[in-house]
Design a protein around this ligand. Structure first.
Ligand SMILES: [Zn+2]
Length: 271
């Protein structure tokens, strides 16, 4: 990681590609923004939403990846089960990134009331724990053409009950889709490593950063593991039905599907 972009090393061409590296995170944000603009090229600003989701909490940093992976599978299952009931869910997509918060167990009592209630449900270990508790979250984009945002939110809240665990809100309508995508991807991949307590926030102690980044640094293909994608579902049958229903039945209307998505079947790109 120290050699990343070092002009003395491979003429500055070497990149370490670990999420623990600020250089590489910056590059990854640009790359993911370009990909997101392509992915959502045919979706309007008003069919896109920003998701912040509190997945779980653990005192063991090396469980963070497994918690996120389980969430990614559960999310795919939720979307798939809705697709079996209602075809308009076929066009729903999610593009999310893992982010980790941490607080000292003893600081639990200083949390804002909402946060205290939310985390108290997820992490009863606060009572006994001395070290940091790692709070696993997902941030990113949900695309929902043809499905009302409230319906998507209700499904998420039913699957993940608990105090304000799911925060799903429409894209800001006072700025362009591209700017919204950029802001959310930047936010999702930032890894600011700060603890927020009510009105105050402070940087994690160096020992927490070392623990967390050492853990992330051990991931090969780290940026892939920090991302969960559920793509839209397409099939030849769907494409034909879409052609028939286009403009006739508002409930069944789904955006025309770009050719590049036709090989994908609600894949989740996660390893
Ligand atoms: Zn790097």
């Amino acid at each position: 990681m120290r050699r990343c972009g070092d002009p003395d090393d491979w003429g500055g061409q070497f990149t370490c590609r670990t999420p623990a590296c600020a250089n590489c995170r910056g590059r990854e944000i640009g790359k993911q923004w370009r990909k997101a603009k392509t992915r959502f090229a045919n979706v309007g600003n008003d069919d896109l939403a920003f998701l912040s989701h509190v997945i779980g909490a653990t005192p063991n940093v090396d469980e963070v990846g497994a918690i996120f992976k389980t969430f990614a599978k559960d999310l795919r299952n939720l979307i798939d089960s809705n697709r079996r009931k209602r075809r308009r869910w076929n066009a729903v997509e999610s593009l999310l990134w893992l982010e980790t918060d941490a607080i000292m167990a003893g600081d639990y009592i200083h949390l804002a009331p909402d946060k205290m209630e939310q985390l108290g449900e997820l992490a009863p270990m606060f009572v006994h724990q001395n070290g940091p508790v790692w709070i696993v979250t997902a941030h990113g984009i949900v695309s929902h053409p043809g499905v009302d945002l409230q319906e998507v939110r209700a499904e998420f809240e039913r699957r993940w009950p608990g105090h304000k665990r799911v925060d799903l809100r429409a894209f800001w309508d006072n700025q362009t889709k591209e700017k919204n995508l950029r802001g959310i991807i930047n936010y999702s991949l930032k890894h600011e490593c700060r603890t927020h307590l009510g009105l105050y926030s402070e940087s994690w102690p160096m020992s927490w950063m070392t623990e967390y980044y050492s853990y992330l640094h051990g991931w090969s293909r780290g940026f892939y593991r920090m991302r969960s994608i559920v793509g839209r579902k397409t099939s030849k049958k769907d494409v034909m039905l879409l052609a028939d229903s286009y403009g006739n039945n508002k409930d069944e209307y789904i955006e025309p599907i770009p050719f590049i998505y036709t090989n994908r079947h609600s894949d989740i790109y996660f390893n």
